[in-house]
Each structure stands twice: as structure tokens, then as C-alpha cells.
Design a protein around this ligand. Structure first.
Ligand code: ADP
Ligand code: MG
Length: 330
């Protein structure tokens, strides 16, 4: 349905998108996941025909978005990161105007606006000026604009940024409802959000696609690397020297606990179960093990491994506190 081939976008010397390749199939919810600056918005702007690419192509149902933007745009509804809302318009006025821009035939415009209003639950504020709406409602107006005429593909760039938890839940519900009849692509820098809403995750880091699969498969792929957690009555230095001398260990981290015990998270070589070996070695060293367990690699671990460490705290910040200015406020 959408094919992205060898997409490159450079801003001057800066490579924002670095040879992206992926395919979007009908009827799924896709999540572009990546820290800020990864290239999500740039990709979406190119896929929707709002920005030219430096190299590569985007085909929407076989139409090249760069060569035939009008034809390709008919298939897509887009909520950009900064939705272009007109503050001095009433909600319905704005949506009617947007319907006109989308070339929805005049005779169908009213019903198209009504359907979008109903979908985004805007009935109560239809007559209000956009400037008098809360951020949550404005986001819904942006969403209504994106779904006008119900195009097959709906692309939403960080649809929940800046919303409060209740509004986030509402927007997620709307997205799930949309996904019943549409292909939805959304972006987010929050892992929990993408995992909750999407059935296919594409992790983008520094303009590259570093992983793409269902959340379950992503987790399974990484399970070759077994992680073992232990807690022992030992000094950190003692534990370190025991682990350093043990075979089949790829990596480990040590953490001193306030009660005089030491915790370690150990990565073993692929496919090797080292639990017994750990048990006997610690016994021989007279360091009682208080806990020994394997732990499944989580999506968080994968994400951490695939993207830069310094941006990670942001990814786990679910509160959406980061301030983003809204171009519509101009
Ligand atoms: P994301 O949406 O994942 O946060 P963006 O697509 O907005 O990432 O940005 C990707 C990279 O491209 C960033 O390094 C950003 O600074 C850069 N960038 C984005 N837009 C522009 C622009 N108009 N001019 C120069 N650099 C830009
Ligand atoms: Mg962005």
C-alpha cells in the first residue's frame, strides 16, 4: 500500500533520513518510535507530500508521491506535529475549509464534516472559535481534519503530545476506532504508547530504521540473549572477580545494595544456560546466593540498545511534559 524506498533527506550537510526502506500494509496500526530528532516527522512529511526527499521514492498505491502529489494525497489524511489550525475560525468553519482544500466535492462536504465531527467527538464545540478551545480539543480538531473524507491511510505525528492523561486515553480510543477501517501510522517518542496502540513497531534512530516487527516478535528475536539476575551475600569486588573468572558470560552489571548484599544482571552467551554454573561457583566461593532468576528481554531493553542512551529518559517520560509550541497559536 505504501512503499518507501531508499529514502534520504539531507538538510544541508545534516542527514536527517538515511536510506529508509519499509512497506506499509493495509489495515494495521504502525508506530514510528524514536527519540526526538530521530527523523519521524521528516519521514511523515515526505510520505504525505509536504516535503521533498533528497533521494529515494514513496509510492502510495503505486503513485509516486513526489511526482503525483495530488493523486497520492487523496489516499492520505495527515495530522502534522504542528497542525495548521486557524484560531479565528469556528470548528465547523475550519473543517469545511479543510474539506474544500482536500477537494471533497461540494455536495459531500457537509456530511464529511459531520462524520469527522462525530468521530472526533466535537459536537459540543462545533460553534466555538478554535482559539477558545483547550489543547486536547484542538488536537481533536486536528484529528477531525486528518480523517475528513475518511482516506484509506491516516498518518498522525505525535498525536498525544502535550495532552493530559485523560485526553491521551480519549485520543488512543479514537485511534483504535479509526484502525478498524483504516491503515493508521502514528509516531511517538514514548515506547509505552506505541506498544499499547500499535500492532507493528518501527524503531527509528538517527534517520535509520533499526528494527521493525510486531511487539511480540521484537521481544522474541532478542531472547537468544539470556539475562540472569542474581543477588548474593558478597562484596561488590568479590562478585566482580567471581564473574570475571566464569566462562560463557558476555557482560554483567553490578549494583551494591544498602543491606550488604550485591545484585548483578548477567548476560550469557547465546543459548548457554549458566544458572547451575553460577550456583556452584558462588557456593564454592562461600558467597550465598539469595536470588537467582532468568529475566526476559523487554521491549525497553531492546529500545535502549537500539537508540542512543542520552535520549532515553525522554522516551520513558510518559507525562508529555515536554513543551512543544503549536504553530496554530501564531
Ligand atoms: P523527530 O520527528 O523524530 O523528532 P525530525 O524529523 O523532526 O525528528 O528531525 C530529524 C533531524 O532533522 C533532526 O536532527 C532535526 O534537527 C533535523 N531537522 C528537521 N527539520 C529541519 C529543518 N527544517 N532544517 C534543518 N534541520 C532539520
Ligand atoms: Mg517530530
Amino acid at each position: 500500500m505504501i512503499e518507501v524506498k531508499n529514502l534520504v533527506k539531507k538538510y544541508g550537510n545534516h542527514v536527517a533520513i538515511d536510506h529508509l526502506n519499509f512497506t506499509i500494509e493495509k489495515g494495521r496500526i504502525y508506530g514510528f518510535l524514536g527519540p526526538n530528532g530521530a527523523g519521524k516527522s521528516t519521514t511523515m512529511n515526505i510520505m504525505t507530500g509536504y516535503l521533498g526527499a533528497t533521494e529515494g521514492e514513496v509510492l502510495i498505491d503505486g503513485h509516486d508521491i513526489l511526482k503525483e502529489p495530488e493523486e497520492a494525497k487523496k489516499h492520505i489524511g495527515y495530522l502534522p506535529e504542528l497542525p495548521p489550525l486557524y484560531m479565528d475560525m469556528k470548528v465547523w468553519e475550519y473543517l469545511e475549509f479543510a474539506a474544500e482544500l482536500k477537494r471533497i466535492p461540494k455536495a459531500d462536504r457537509e456530511s464529511a464534516v459531520e462524520d469527522a465531527v462525530r468521530m472526533a467527538k466535537l459536537q459540543d464545540v462545533e460553534e466555538r472559535l478554535i482559539k477558545n478551545l483547550s489543547k486536547g480539543y484542538r488536537q481533536r480538531v486536528g484529528l477531525a481534519q486528518a480523517v475528513l473524507g475518511f482516506p484509506e491511510i491516516i498518518i498522525l505525528d505525535e498525536p498525544t503530545v502535550g495532552l493530559d492523561p485523560k485526553q491521551i486515553i480519549e485520543i488512543r480510543e479514537l485511534i483504535r476506532k479509526l484502525a478498524k477501517n483504516h491503515t493508521v501510522i502514528l509516531s511517538s517518542h514514548i515506547l509505552a504508547e506505541v506498544r499499547e496502540v500499535c500492532d507493528y513497531i518501527m524503531i527509528i534512530s538517527k534517520g535509520k530504521l533499526v528494527a521493525s516487527d510486531t511487539p511480540e516478535n521484537l521481544e522474541n528475536q532478542m531472547n537468544g540473549d539470556e539475562t540472569i539476575e542474581i543477588l548474593a551475600k558478597a562484596e561488590p569486588e568479590e562478585m566482580r572477580s567471581i564473574l570475571l573468572n566464569m566462562p560463557h558470560i558476555k557482560d554483567f552489571k553490578i549494583e551494591e545494595k544498602p543491606d550488604g548484599t550485591t545484585y548483578s544482571r548477567i548476560e550469557s552467551e547465546d543459548g548457554i544456560d549458566i544458572r547451575e554454573q553460577i550456583f556452584w561457583t558462588f557456593a564454592e566461593e562461600k558467597c550465598p546466593l539469595l536470588m537467582l532468576q532468568t529475566s526476559k528481554v523487554s521491549l525497553e531493553d531492546i529500545f535502549l540498545e537500539l537508540t542512543q542512551k542520552d535520549t532515553v529518559s525522554m522516551v520513558f517520560n510518559q507525562s508529555g511534559e515536554e513543551e512543544k509550541t503549536n504553530a496554530g497559536d501564531l
